[in-house]
Design a protein around this ligand. Structure first.
Ligand code: IMP
Length: 423
C-alpha cells in the first residue's frame, strides 16, 4: 500500500508542517487533502523559518512532488503571495507543484461573507480565521462553487460574476457594515487568477491513481486538527472540512484500502485558537507559561492560543476515529520546568465519570479529572538522543503510550528539523 496519512489529533497547530518536512525524504509525493489558507504550517531549518498556508510542506525538498488536492480550497491571492515568498528558495514549481482542477476557489466575496457571518454572531462567534473557508465549502456542497478547472473555460468570468453578485446580495441580508472596495478586491483577484493559470492544473485523483500503480510513496498531509472536524469536532466551533482520515479519501481520491500508516500528531499539552469548549484549559500562570515558552501565537492570524493540559479522553477519541497507527509528540520541551504534569484521564459529568468524548464538552457538561505525574527540570531542546531524556520525561512518554495504546514514534523537542528524535 502506497499512501500514508498524517494528521493533527487536537485543535490544530500540532506541528504537522514540521513533521511532513522531516518525513518528506522518504516520499515521492506530498498531497494536501483539505482546508485552505486558514492553515499555517511552520517549518524551520538551517536558520530559516517559513510559514506555508496552501502549499504542501514537502516543497523544500529537492525531489518530492507536492500536490494540492481537490479537497483543498484555494485563495488565489494568498496562493500567489505564498509563491512569491518562496522565491529565495529557487523552487521549480513547474516540476514540483501540482494543483487539482477540482479544488474550489475562495472568492473575495467569500471572505466578506465570512466576516459578516462572524460579526452577526456576536459573542457566539466561531473565531474563524476569516479566510472565507466556511462560505467556500458551503458553495461547494451547495453545488454553486467555482473550481480551479473553471478558470480555463471561456465563460469563467460570467460564472464568477453570477456567484459574486449572489454573494453581495447575501451580504446585504446580514445588515452589518463591512468596509470593502470591490474593484480593488477584484483587480487583485483576477491578476492572481492569471498567475494561477501558469501552474500545472491537473486531474489530481488520476495522477495519484497512476502514481500508486507505479509504486510511488505518497504522504497525505492534513491541516487543522481532528477536534476541528466538521462532523466529529466540537461543532459548531470547528472548521468546514473533514480534517480526519476520511478527508484524505474524499480530498484526494485515495481509496480507504490503500491507506497504510496513519500518523497522528499531538502536542505534549493542548492548545486551541478561536472559540469553543476546551475542558483542560488553564487560565492560571501555568497556562501563561505554556503560551510563552511554546510561543503559542497563531501562524496565520497571530492570535494568542489558549493552553491547557493534555486531554487523553479527546486524544483516544481522535486516535479511534482516524485509525492512528503511530503517534508523534510535539513541543515536549515546553513542559520542562513544571513540578507536576497533569493528564486528563476522564470527565466528570452529571451522570457520573466517563472516559469517552460525549456530545457536549462545555464547562457546564464536563469537568476534567486529572492524574498527576512528576515533572522534569532539564531543558530538552539540545537533546539529540533518547538516552539523554530525563527519567520523568521517559515516564511521561510511557504513561501516554500505555493510556493511548499506540506507540509514540517521534518526539519533537524544538521547532527545527534537527530537534526531532525517532524512537
Ligand atoms: P475557519 O476554518 O477559518 O473558519 O476557522 C474555524 C475555527 O477553526 C476557528 O476556531 C479557527 O481558529 C480554527 N482554525 C482554523 N484553521 C486552523 C488552524 O490551522 N489551526 C488552528 N485552528 C484553526
Amino acid at each position: 500500500m502506497a499512501v500514508d496519512l498524517l494528521l493533527g489529533l487536537q485543535w490544530g497547530d500540532e506541528g504537522k508542517g514540521k513533521i511532513v518536512d522531516v518525513l518528506t525524504s522518504s516520499y515521492d509525493i506530498i498531497a494536501r487533502f483539505q482546508g485552505g489558507p486558514n492553515a499555517g504550517h511552520t517549518l524551520e531549518f538551517e536558520g530559516n523559518k517559513h510559514v506555508l498556508h496552501t502549499i504542501p510542506s514537502g516543497i523544500f525538498h529537492p525531489k518530492a512532488i507536492n500536490l494540492i488536492g481537490n479537497g483543498v480550497v484555494i485563495d488565489p491571492i494568498i496562493f500567489i503571495k505564498e509563491i512569491e515568498g518562496l522565491k529565495p528558495y529557487n523552487i521549480d514549481f513547474n516540476e514540483k507543484l501540482l494543483i487539482s482542477k477540482k479544488a474550489h476557489l475562495i472568492l473575495p466575496t467569500h471572505r466578506l461573507l465570512d466576516a459578516a457571518s462572524e460579526a452577526s454572531k456576536g459573542k457566539a462567534k466561531i473565531g474563524s480565521t476569516l479566510k472565507g473557508i466556511g462560505p467556500t465549502y458551503m458553495d461547494k456542497t451547495g453545488r454553486n462553487g467555482i473550481r480551479v478547472g473553471d478558470i480555463l473555460a471561456s465563460n469563467w468570468e460570467e460564472k464568477y460574476k453570477h456567484l459574486s453578485i449572489k454573494h453581495l446580495n447575501m451580504l446585504k441580508s446580514y445588515n452589518i457594515s463591512i468596509d470593502y472596495d470591490l474593484d480593488d478586491l477584484e483587480s487583485e483577484f483576477f491578476s492572481s487568477i492569471e498567475n494561477l493559470k501558469k501552474f500545472k492544473l491537473v486531474d489530481s485523483e488520476q495522477y495519484l491513481i497512476d502514481a500508486q500503480k507505479e509504486g510511488s510513496k505518497i504522504l497525505a498531509e492534513g491541516a487543522q486538527g481532528s477536534l476541528l472536524d466538521v462532523d466529529f469536532g466540537t461543532y459548531p466551533f470547528v472548521t468546514s472540512s473533514t480534517t480526519t482520515a476520511a478527508g484524505a479519501c474524499t480530498g484526494l481520491g485515495v481509496a480507504p484500502n490503500k491507506i497504510n500508516e496513519v500518523f497522528g500528531i499531538f502536542k505534549a499539552y493542548a492548545t486551541r485558537v478561536g472559540s469553543g469548549p476546551f475542558p483542560t484549559e488553564l487560565s492560571d500562570s501555568i497556562g501563561k507559561t505554556m503560551a510563552k515558552v511554546g510561543n503559542e501565537f497563531g501562524s496565520t492570524t497571530g492570535r494568542a492560543r489558549r493552553c491547557g493540559w493534555i486531554d487523553l479522553v479527546a486524544l483516544k477519541y481522535c486516535i479511534n476515529i482516524n485509525g492512528v497507527t503511530q503517534l508523534m509528540m510535539m513541543k515536549s520541551d515546553v513542559l520542562s520546568g513544571f513540578n507536576k504534569i497533569k493528564v486528563c484521564t476522564a470527565y466528570q459529568t452529571e451522570k457520573g465519570i466517563i472516559d469517552y468524548l460525549p456530545y457536549g464538552i462545555s464547562n457546564k457538561e464536563v469537568a476534567p479529572i486529572f492524574e498527576e505525574l512528576p515533572g522534569w527540570k532539564e531543558d530538552l531542546t539540545d537533546m539529540t538522543n533518547l538516552d539523554e531524556f530525563p527519567v520523568n520525561f521517559n515516564n511521561y512518554i510511557s504513561y501516554l503510550e500505555k493510556a493511548l495504546n499506540t506507540p509514540i514514534k517521534i518526539v519533537s523537542v524544538g521547532p527545527d528539523r534537527k530537534q526531532t528524535i525517532f524512537r
